[in-house]
Design a protein around this ligand. Structure first.
Ligand code: ADP
Length: 928
């Protein structure tokens, strides 16, 4: 039986040791898996003593040991170092080791022992399994020697169908395994080779199959312990099938990973190539896409917290979209621009508002004279803001004639509130996209003005001035007025949606200020949401203040002229206002003052050009030549000097010719060589005056040389001062434009002064009537003066009413029946319309009929019905201001307009005799 056994195993191990020779063996622990008969296994031996014993065994020619798997092996027995936990398994010895060994093991041959260099360290040992063993007892403990029983498989019928079938199935599984992993293939090939042609029995195949798998130790140990071949074959088959599944899974994983890696690699490779090509062609220096994305992220970062959630979401989406785009594509540019706008807007950034009423008042007063009602309204707004804690956006509409300071007060409001200022004019605007933005899909699409405003001001609560809202154009596609409404309406604008931006923005904190010339032209729904403040224009007195305190200062600053260098007399300013700049606003006045100061600047510069020459000449002793030549310029300077001393009246009379000549000469200067006498003369003058002054002062207070110098300088400035008064004003601004609105000093018969109101403010106008021809029944009326339909009707009503009224007061008078009248309203070139001249026309006709001029300085306005009722008119304030400008003393207004008049400031009403009438009779009483 032993021979048979040896013959069977002889296929792998040529000469088998006899079991009866080895009832006791050295026990070696295995840590990873059990050793199957017919297989090799390398193990490490750490214990030098054990290694020595193995070497000795080999030397004796009996290199056989028992290899047993450790129960619950945690750590390699032999590789562990002498530290902590590892000691447990690797240093197990004697009894302790014995207890940890599995009962079933393998009788193994020591094929080789390889010691480390110093020959007493750890060793590597190669074992080869022979047959199964069972522990029966422990014999000695160091090294552990045990008594064993050599085991044999239970006998079985190799021809049984079950064994055959299982056998074949195991072979098939092995073949499948081979397909999945080349590693198995080698092992299997070696196995088959080793077997040679010899008979492969079921028991061996089961061992082989199991040993090949990566199953856990308990399962393998189970196979080792199984002596029933059929059962063992089954166990092996199960393990193999599991292994096969595992191999399949492994193969799919490997395949997936490989695919992914090769895909990524391919892409990476191609991208790198592309970059290289681009670089070579000079198309792109670096990765623009990534840089752009980074730029936007960095820009947004500081405000990320204040940014609304929905906006952040859009930004993030767009950013990730950007990353996927090729930087040369048009889509990339669209997305980049869009992101640029989105990230540049001041989300949740507010400028800190000023709620200090006093400070605001100072700021407002600094910039504008008067306008107390406007200022009051702004202060109210601030006060509300202070009490409420937040200033809610409101719409203020400033209406009035041009140049009254609508725009500039808008700016001041922003300054007073400490808000950023943005102005856009909607005059003639017809494209809704200007307000609402274009859709992003258009080439060159842009967001609307409001978004641009937010970007440029950098705050979400600026003051936006919408200029010329009464001149809004008509849109061809969409109505700009309704787009504006959406923008302005406090109910809607918390969620204003710009077409380009496509995310709602909150405009509720924006303060809107609109300006208009005529409130009547503002679309009704817009007007409905506004609070209108009317600026009616300035009277002479106010203009004087504005010119003196604001416009002059500005002009001086703009021209770099010092205050001492110029003296613009009150009378000159007065004529400037009265005869050059009569309109309601002050823009024209500002232009004139600027013009004057520009001319002054030129004069000063020319004079300065002469000054150094003066010194040169003095040095060259050219005084004598100079002395003989007298010219107008010298005269002027002399006269100025004397004027300073002797008073203004003299100056006014004598300055005119000399100043004029002075200018002429000054203009010639560059051409002709300058006469040197002028500076000399002037110098002597200066000298004379200064010496006299110092003479006086020295004994008194012994002034230092410093103060003397200062005084001299002052004196010099005073002498060089350019003076402008009534008489030389025209040199600076040319001849007067308006001689006067009043071209009659005393109104003749048939002429009456009326009051008109236009977009340019109020003005006075005359209504003239005269007789064309007389004769029985010739009565009639002819009209001229570019009268509109309403005014024509008004004239015919006047004619009828005058006829009726004359009959009442003078029944004998047949004037209207027998005279053909001509009514004219100058100036003939200006179109006029409106019903408010009714009473003026009647009075004019009656004046003619009665041959009686109206009282001096009376002006009137009012619509008259056929029955003689006087109806309300518009523009009372403007008309009053205009009357003041035209020096009217008595004004007649319809009674219904009394309320408007009462609202006027006291200084405007000053010196006016105003009558409020209900019926025409009352006018008649006042006028004649
Ligand atoms: P508008 O917009 O009404 O046509 P602006 O605001 O452009 O007029 O005003 C024209 C000029 O007149 C500005 O330079 C402004 O400073 C000046 N101005 C108007 N009113 C006043 C005032 N009350 N005080 C000082 N300057 C004024």
């Amino acid at each position: 039986e032993g021979a048979e056994e040896s013959a069977q195993s002889g296929a792998i191990v040529p000469a088998g040791p006899r079991p009866e020779n080895f009832p006791k063996v050295l026990a070696l622990p295995l840590t990873r898996r059990p050793l199957f008969p017919g297989f090799y296994a390398p193990i490490h031996i750490k214990d030098p003593k054990l290694a020595d014993s193995l070497v000795e065994l080999r030397a004796r020619g009996t290199p056989y040991v028992g290899a047993f798997l450790l129960k619950d092996a945690k750590e390699s027995v032999v590789t562990g170092e002498k530290s902590g936990e590892e000691v447990k398994d690797s240093d197990l010895k004697g009894e302790a080791l014995y207890k940890r060994l599995h009962e079933y093991g393998t009788f193994a041959q020591v094929l080789n022992v390889i010691r480390s260099v110093n020959s007493d360290g750890p060793a590597q040992v190669f074992l080869m399994g022979h047959r199964r063993l069972r522990l029966t007892g422990m014999l000695s403990d160091d090294p552990l020697t045990v008594s064993v029983e050599h085991l044999k498989d239970k006998s079985y019928d190799e021809t049984s169908d079950v064994i055959k079938a299982t056998f074949m199935e195991v072979v098939a599984s092995l073949r499948d395994l081979m397909r999945y992993n080349p590693l198995y293939k080698e092992t299997i090939q070696v196995f088959v080779q080793n077997m040679g042609n010899s008979h492969i029995n079921a028991a061996r195949l089961a061992d082989f199959g199991s040993a090949l798998t990566t199953a856990d130790e308990p399962l393998l140990q189970e196979v080792l312990e199984q002596l029933d071949v059929e059962k063992r074959l089954n166990l092996a088959l199960v393990l193999l099938k599991k292994e096969l599944e595992l191999a399949k899974l492994q193969a799919t994983i490997a395949k997936n990973v490989e695919e992914k890696i090769s895909g990524d690699q391919r892409r990476f490779f191609l991208m790198e190539q592309l970059k290289a090509i681009k670089k070579e062609l000079g198309i792109e220096a670096d990765d623009k896409t990534a840089l752009t994305g980074k730029f936007f992220k960095e820009r947004l970062e500081p405000h990320r917290k204040q940014c609304p959630e929905h906006v952040l979401q859009v930004i993030d989406e767009e950013l990730s979209k950007l990353q996927g785009l090729e930087s040369s594509s048009s889509e990339f540019n669209v997305t980049r621009n869009y992101l640029d706008w989105l990230t540049a807007l001041p989300w949740g950034q507010y400028s800190k508002e000023n709620f200090d009423v006093r400070q605001a008042q100072t700021v407002l007063d600094e910039d504008h004279y008067g306008l107390s009602d406007v200022k009051e309204r702004i202060l109210e707004f601030i006060a509300v803001g202070k009490l409420k804690g937040t200033a809610v956006g409101k719409i203020i509409c400033l209406s009035g004639p041009p140049g009254v300071g609508k725009t500039s007060i808008g700016k001041s409001i922003a300054k007073a509130l400490n808000r950023k200022f943005f102005r856009f004019s909607v005059g003639g605007l017809s494209d809704v996209a200007e307000i609402k933005g274009h859709r992003r899909t258009y080439v060159g699409a842009m967001p609307g003005k409001m978004v641009q405003c937010l970007k440029s001001t950098g705050t979400a609560n600026p003051l936006v001035l919408i200029d010329e809202i009464d001149k809004l154009g008509r849109g061809h596609a969409g109505d700009p007025a309704s787009a504006l409404l959406e923008l302005l309406d406090p109910e809607q604008n918390a969620n204003f949606l710009d077409h380009y931006l496509d995310v709602p923005i909150d405009l509720s904190k924006v303060l809107f200020v609109c300006t208009a010339n005529l409130v009547e032209n503002i679309p009704a729904p817009l007007l409905d949401r506004m609070e209108v403040i009317r600026l009616v224009g300035y009277i002479t007195d106010e203009k004087m203040h504005i010119a003196r305190d604001y416009l002059e200062r500005q002009a001086r600053e703009n021209c770099g002229i010092k205050k001492e260098q110029v003296e613009l007399s009150d009378s000159a300013m007065h004529s400037l206002i009265e005869t050059y700049c009569r309109e309601a606003g002050v823009r024209n006045l500002q232009k004139h003052i600027d013009k004057i100061y520009r001319k002054i600047a030129l004069k000063l510069v020319r004079r300065e050009l002469d000054t150094p020459k003066e010194e040169e000449m003095k040095q060259n002793n050219l005084v004598t030549v100079a002395e003989t030549k007298s010219n107008a310029e010298d005269m002027a300077i002399k006269l100025t000097d004397s004027a300073v001393q002797e008073g203004e009246t003299l100056e006014a009379e004598t300055m005119l010719p000399s100043e004029k000549e002075k200018v002429d000469i000054a203009q010639k200067l560059p051409l002709e060589k300058p006469p040197c006498s002028e500076p000399e003369e002037k110098l002597t003058g200066v000298k004379a005056s200064t010496t006299s002054e110092t003479d006086n002062k020295v004994p008194d207070e012994s002034a230092s040389s410093e103060t003397k110098e200062k005084e001299e300088a002052e004196k010099k400035v005073a002498e060089e001062q350019i003076k402008i008064n009534d008489t030389n004003l025209h040199e600076f601004v040319g001849s007067p434009v308006f001689v006067s609105d009043r071209f009659y000093d005393k109104t003749p018969i048939g002429v009456v002064m009326g009051l008109a109101w236009t977009a340019m403010g109020g003005s006075t106008l005359y209504v003239e009537t005269s007789v064309i021809e007389e004769g029985e029944g010739k009565g009639g009326l002819q009209l001229t003066g570019q009268l509109g339909d309403v005014m024509k009707e008004s004239a015919s009503i006047a004619h009828t009413f005058a006829r009726k009224y004359l009959r009442e007061i003078d029944p004998q008078n047949q004037f209207f029946t027998n005279s053909k009248l001509h009514l004219h309203v100058p100036a003939g070139a200006t179109p006029k319309d409106g019903p408010s001249a009714g009473c003026t026309m009647i009075t004019s006709m009656l004046s003619l009929a009665l041959s009686k001029p109206v009282n001096d300085d009376v002006a009137m306005t009012g619509e008259v019905t056929l029955t003689g009722r006087v109806l309300a008119i518009g523009g009372v304030k403007e008309k009053t201001v205009a009357s003041r400008r035209s020096a009217v003393k008595t004004i007649i207004f319809p009674k219904a307009n009394k309320r408007d008049y009462d609202e006027l400031l006291p200084h405007v009403k000053e010196g006016l005799d105003v009558h409020f009438v209900d019926k025409y009779e009352e006018i008649f009483q006042i006028a004649f």
